[in-house]
Write a protein that binds this ligand. Structure first.
Ligand code: HEC
Length: 243
């Protein structure tokens, strides 16, 4: 009895501090969800962004971030205003929020260009830029990436690494894998111990104007279409939390 109690007694002062920190999975889910909300807000404004008759669209970083935070809260029940900025979760979510604002503010001249309809400012490009800005801020601690099954990848920067390829092919491509269920593993990334989290996403009809059929035909962005169908595995959000 005494032998069992001793380690607990030694550990007990540390417990409250540990309990206050959100665990890896919670943080990974929140980073993935916030990125998804951000893509959705850009998607909801796509017609506005593509409007050639309008210059200033009023789509500032501040406005977009406020809409993203509101949508994220509606969809997850989590209020970003309650996060402790000193916690790891708070630091990472704040970095992602700052990245969202920075990317929108940094693309005002594109967004507000009059006389041009399609400007290439689409959710996928926006998400990639946000993930790059996030890495500039906290890349030593965490990474967020949107990748896809290897044959579907358009931008080289989005190519899945060996771990992502293995999870996509052995888990997500298995017909028994529950739709939308993420995979998590304590492993390594970039030769460092890391918690890794990958969540699959599937094409919905709106994706198919670019990723659909006929396969090989150019879409509006100048990429050959992948021949995807609604429900196909089309993407995966990858979150890495280094130890
Ligand atoms: C307007 C055309 C268009 C639509 C609609 C579209 N995409 Fe894309 N998608 C692109 C382009 C262009 C890229 C390359 C972006 C870049 O440069 O990083 C891309 C990149 C991606 C990527 C990142 C990996 C890669 O190939 O570089 C994923 C995943 C993806 N799209 C999935 C989707 C899904 C899922 C939907 C629907 C919810 C969707 N896309 C809707 C054009 C589109």
């Amino acid at each position: 009895m005494t032998a069992l109690l001793l380690p607990a007694a030694i550990l007990s002062p540390i417990r409250p501090a540990l309990a206050a920190e959100a665990d890896d999975k919670v943080i990974a889910i929140r980073l993935a969800d916030l990125l998804r909300s951000a893509r959705t807000i850009v998607s909801q404004h796509q017609d506005l962004i593509n409007n050639p008759d309008l210059g200033d669209k009023g789509l500032t970083g501040e406005r977009v971030l406020a809409e993203v935070a509101a949508l994220y809260q509606k969809q997850t029940g989590h209020d970003l205003r309650t996060i402790d900025p000193a916690s790891r979760e708070g630091r990472l979510l704040r970095a992602q929020m700052d990245a969202i604002k920075e990317v929108v503010d940094g693309n005002q001249s594109t967004i507000n260009k009059a006389g041009i309809g399609f400007k290439g400012f689409i959710p996928a490009v926006f998400a990639r830029l946000v993930n790059e800005k996030f890495a500039e801020r906290v890349g030593n601690e965490a990474r967020v990436k949107v990748t896809a099954p290897e044959p579907l990848v358009r931008n080289r920067k989005a190519r899945p690494d060996a771990w992502e390829i293995a999870v996509i092919s052995s888990k997500f491509s298995d017909s028994q894998w529950p739709k939308g269920a993420p995979f998590e593993e304590k492993t390594t990334a970039d030769n460092r111990a890391a918690y890794r989290f990958l969540v699959p996403e599937y094409y919905v009809p709106s994706c198919l104007t670019c990723h659909g059929a006929p396969k090989g035909q150019m879409d509006i962005t100048g990429y050959p279409m992948e021949g995807g169908k609604a429900g196909d595995l089309g993407a995966a959000i990858s979150v890495t939390l280094y130890e």
